[in-house]
Design a protein around this ligand. Sequence first.
Ligand code: DAH
Length: 336
Amino acid sequence: MTERIENIRREFTEELSRVSSDSELEQVRIKYLARNGLIGALFDDLRSLPAAEKPAVGKMLNDLKRQAQQAFDDKRSTLEQSRGSREPAPDLTLPGRPRPTGTKHPLTQTMDEIKRIFAGMGFSVAIGPEIETDYNNFEALNFPKDHPARDMQDTFFISKNVLLRTHTSPVQIRTMQRQKPPVREIMPGRVYRNEAVSARSLVSFHQIEGLYVDRGVTFSDLKGTLVAFARQFYSIDVKYKFRPTFFPFTEPSADMYISCFLCAGGGCRMCKFAGWLEILGSGMVHPHVLQNVGYDTEKYTGFAFGMGIERIASLRYGIDDLRMFYDNDVRFLRQF
Ligand code: DAH
């Protein structure tokens, strides 16, 4: 019996030393250590020994069982460790991988900020379709048929009376047709002009229109509103001037200029050495326009304005080629 114990110990030790994988290890466990394995069988044999031998042999068997289990456990952790060295544990001190996040397009940012400022002065947002009737885009805005003012905006016609809107001003007509005064809305959107694409002009760009019609609206309201806008959008101490101009749908009409924020009026490339930047067109809504939507011109007056978003954004960010807004080059877009 003692000899068998020693034999099994030797065989077990030898087989265990050859184990190099989990499945081999499991086989050794089943062969020797499982309930009905070889070591277990020795315990069965112990019962048939004479009582005098039992204590000594029993102790040998218990030692074998304990030592074999210990050797087995050691082998298992050695195997685990060597697997660990092939697949290194994650290095928790490594910096994380940056996840690229998108940002709003600079035109959207500009548009959002303009909307936010006018919302603060009680303007709500209205939108209209990009495909318009000649009536809304021109006629109702007091551009008579064959009037040379139509040439100010080269138009993409879809049919004789349907076109791609050349400005957001037709949304004024839609807004006033829909509701009675007071009207205080801004109208952002995309517009189209049949022009050669260049650094300074695009076939499609964006505008924001504004309209305020109520009893007793005057040119001072126009100035006060637009100056308040410029002070918030550009800077509190921006200088400004209004210069008379012509639009068929406003009378009187005025272009608004602000002092160049790059050179503070001294003259630079951005303001083409004028010291001033034109930022929008505006005027008092022409009575013909109010009549065309059925408003009583004895009761109501209003002002309107319109600005090009690409222009405003290019001035603000010092971008000298408007096509960059549409190239979708991430090297450009990442800068905003
Ligand atoms: N619609 C004009 C344009 O595209 C801009 C404009 C000027 C709009 C004066 C207005 C305004 O509402 O009052 O050039």
